[in-house]
Design a protein around this ligand. Structure first.
Ligand SMILES: Cc1ncc(COP(=O)(O)O)c(C=O)c1O
Length: 379
């Protein structure tokens, strides 16, 4: 089976985890702090706070930005549901914004239109609390334009960089543009800790509140234990952090391999009706997923295509979710087809191809051949 993804776990990763397990000190030790420092240094920020997963990172991030019941947060329509769920979990409303057809990222012109509409209603002004762009499939959203709008309307940006550790735009790292950036270390990301997340910020006050919130509300700056707010337990374990540290040492190598493999897929797809993913100018994707657009007519039989490829030993899947059209968001806010036309189209036609560091070029050729054959057969 050519799998969708295989994490790059090697003997030194196993050894790092074994050492922690053998030590008997499984939580709240030095490895979490060292992993935080490694990520902070890598992206170039002052503070990094490790948490149990990126969903927790986003949830705590929204809370420290002051998102409360009744507020609104502007968010891309096309992402994994965690991105919008966390807004709901704060009691706030996600206001979805359509995406760009080529990069699949939040469309700044649609964001501007939505902001103008919401901010024009003076009584609603205070309710828009933040903008939550996602760096979809490992490519940064247009943060230059989004930050310009955020500054104009004095709104904080929290970046969902779950898939984008190491991605850059104009040479600047994902996660470092807004007030807060959130990363995931789920096994489908470039590096993994099993489950795991990291929040990065240059704001010491936000970092301190995040540290309290992830640890039962305990004051992170007090010498004696004291509890200054109601908090969660979203701590990362020592063995996850040990794995994270040894994975960080391979991040550059893994990203380079993913970019090489993506370039080879681009070449293989050049003269086919399947559209390779586009990368915006001066943007460096880490290709968390390699997502193609199938020909329009193939949308109707995409599930069959995925099943056929699976029978041939090739694991593929859809791109990500059209969040407004999931049962929950559709039922709650009454969205329908046509409300986000670009997301409609991308959601229907996207297909994720296998991509992992140890994948070979012949395997990629097998994937593209099988894809082309199946498309012809199902036409
Ligand atoms: C864009 C995006 N945001 C958030 C998440 C949630 O991350 P985690 O699984 O670490 O909670 C994911 C997970 O796949 C994701 O793809």
């Amino acid at each position: 089976m050519i799998r969708l993804t295989i994490p790059s776990i090697e003997e030194d990763d196993l050894q790092a985890v074994r050492e922690v397990l053998a030590s008997g000190y499984l939580v709240q030790g030095a490895r979490v702090a060292a992993f935080e420092q490694a990520v902070a240094d890598y992206v170039g920020v002052q503070h990094a706070v490790a948490v149990s997963n990126c969903t927790a990172a986003l949830h705590l991030g929204l809370l420290v930005l002051g998102v409360e019941p009744g507020d609104m947060v502007l968010v891309t329509a096309y992402s994994f549901v965690a991105t919008a769920n966390v807004i709901e979990l704060c009691g706030a409303q996600p206001v979805f914004v359509d995406i760009q057809p080529d990069t699949f990222n939040l469309d700044p012109s649609q964001l501007e239109r939505t902001l103008k509409r919401l901010m024009a209603k003076a009584h609603r002004d205070r309710m828009v609390k933040a903008i939550l762009p996602v760096h979809t499939f490992g490519q940064m959203a247009d943060l230059t334009a989004i930050m310009e709008l955020a500054n104009r309307y004095e709104l904080p940006v929290i970046e969902d960089a779950a898939c984008a550790l190491g991605a850059t735009l104009h040479g600047r790292q994902a996660g470092t543009w807004g007030a807060i950036g959130c990363f995931s270390f789920h096994p489908r990301k470039a590096i993994t800790t099993g489950e795991g997340g990291m929040i990065v910020t240059n704001d010491a006050t936000l970092a301190s509140r995040l540290r309290a919130l992830r640890n039962h509300g305990q004051d992170p700056d007090a010498s004696l234990p004291d509890f200054i707010m109601s908090g969660f337990n979203c701590r990362m374990t020592e063995f996850q952090a040990a794995l994270g540290l040894s994975q960080m040492a391979k991040l550059a190598r893994i990203i380079a391999a993913r970019r090489r493999l993506a370039a080879h897929y681009d070449e293989l797809l050049r003269d086919t009706p399947t559209q390779a993913p586009a990368v915006a100018p001066d943007s460096e994707s880490v290709y968390q997923s390699y997502v193609v657009l199938l020909p329009e007519e193939a949308a109707a039989y995409r599930d069959e295509l995925i099943a056929r490829l699976k029978e041939q030993g090739i694991e593929t899947t859809i791109g990500t979710w059209h969040m407004p059209l999931t049962t929950y968001f559709c039922g709650r806010y009454g969205y329908g087809a046509g409300d986000f036309p670009v997301a409609d189209e991308v959601f229907a036609r996207s297909l994720t191809l296998p991509l992992y560091e140890s994948m070979s070029q012949p395997q990629q050729e097998e994937v593209v051949c099988a894809l082309q054959d199946s498309l012809q057969l199902l036409e």
